[in-house]
Design a protein around this ligand. Structure first.
Ligand code: PMP
Length: 355
């Protein structure tokens, strides 16, 4: 830290992304990316003619991309906001809607919520998930704070029924309730259909998971027009060109080829069920996931030992050190072939250690 850093940030604990090794080639099951490349039409669209236009700024309003998203979700363009990954939107939302008197989110959820709360000096009410890692909506009813809920949750993968989500939104009419649906396309139920009913509902999604675009950085929010205007105000006060030219184009092309991504999501769901069953046969406890990852632990081997042993064998999964979840690993669902390899290596590790 330099002597120049504002004291406001001296104790800030930054977010630590999952490993992105640039040297060795791993089977990467650690950051919930899609194992499938973007569709052929996206690859063709990002051609020489388009890259030659990188000397020009992109459309700061992302008009065509917003129109495509609005059509896909049956809303108006004015209900859509786009940004540089959904992290960008979470940042804007904490900046815009969380007041000093507080925000609330679960103890076990996406780690970035805590960082944003600290970044903006907002008191965070951290609400423990139940013993079985499900979220109790009642804990959030009428608490009168900005609320962020990941649904399905990460890293558990557990999904909360929409009726429960609705209770939270309805009982906090004076605060924004952000529903982070990064993983909704793998079996969850979106809250988008509730946006006309609740002016305080902000639904956030991403192109990083089911749409194979993690490296291009594209996230979007769908909400009441007034909330979208607030987010635009923040965006135009920070970085108006936050979604670059190639990403806007890739996003539009992705939406036009939704069938390819639906097929991939189906395949990932099937591989998730396969992997869950195999791990259970090996004695693991696997939480019920509606995401493109599973959260699993075994009484035979510690979370850390399994993570390190898999890494030695060229398979990366995500291990968290927080006390409540340190025996678990979060395993991204890759292709069926990758998951077969993961199961085989897990079996070998247990065998070699006589477990
Ligand atoms: N929300 C959740 C719950 C996530 O797990 C992630 C992925 N790290 C994000 C948001 C951010 O994704 P991105 O910025 O790539 O859209």
């Amino acid at each position: 830290m330099s002597k120049f850093l504002s004291p406001l940030y001296s104790s800030l604990v930054e977010y630590v992304p999952g490993e992105q090794p640039q040297d060795k080639k791993y089977i990467k099951l650690n950051t919930n990316e899609s194992p499938f490349p973007p569709c052929r039409q996206v690859l063709e669209a990002l051609n020489e003619k388009e890259t030659a236009r990188l000397n020009l700024y992109c459309d700061p309003e992302s008009k065509m991309l917003k129109e495509a998203l609005a059509k896909q979700y049956g809303v108006k363009k004015e209900n859509v906001f786009v940004a540089n990954g959904s992290d960008d939107i979470l940042n804007f939302a904490f900046m815009a809607y969380a007041r000093e008197d507080g925000c609330a989110f679960a103890d076990i959820t996406y780690g970035f919520y805590k960082v944003f709360a600290q970044l903006y000096g907002i008191n965070a009410q951290i609400i423990p998930l139940k013993a079985d890692f499900t979220l109790s909506a009642d804990d959030y009813c009428g608490i009168n704070k900005f609320i962020a809920i990941a649904n399905p949750n990460a890293p558990t993968g557990i999904c909360l029924p929409l009726a429960e989500i609705e209770k939270v939104i309805e009982s906090n009419p004076d605060n924004v309730v952000l529903i982070d649906e990064a993983y909704v396309d793998f079996g969850g139920e979106s809250a988008i259909k509730l946006i006309d009913k609740y002016p305080n509902l902000l639904v956030v999604q991403t192109f990083s998971k089911s749409r194979s675009m993690a490296g291009a950085r594209l996230g979007f929010a769908i909400a009441n027009e007034q909330l979208i205007k607030d987010l635009e105000k923040i965006k135009f006060s920070t970085n108006p060109y936050n979604v670059n030219r190639l990403t806007q184009l890739a996003g539009i092309c992705t939406i036009e080829n939704q069938a390819y991504y639906d097929k991939n999501a189906k395949e990932i769901i099937a591989s998730r069920e396969f992997t869950t069953k195999k791990l259970e046969e090996l004695g693991f406890t696997v939480l019920d996931s509606k995401a493109n990852f599973i959260f699993a632990k075994s009484d035979k081997i510690s979370g850390e030992e399994l993570y390190l042993s898999l890494k030695e064998r060229g398979i990366l999964v995500r291990h968290f050190t927080a006390e409540r979840i340190k025996e678990f690993n979060r395993i991204t669902i890759g292709t069926l072939q990758q998951m077969e390899c993961f199961i085989k290596e897990t079996e070998n590790i247990l065998k070699e250690k006589n477990l």
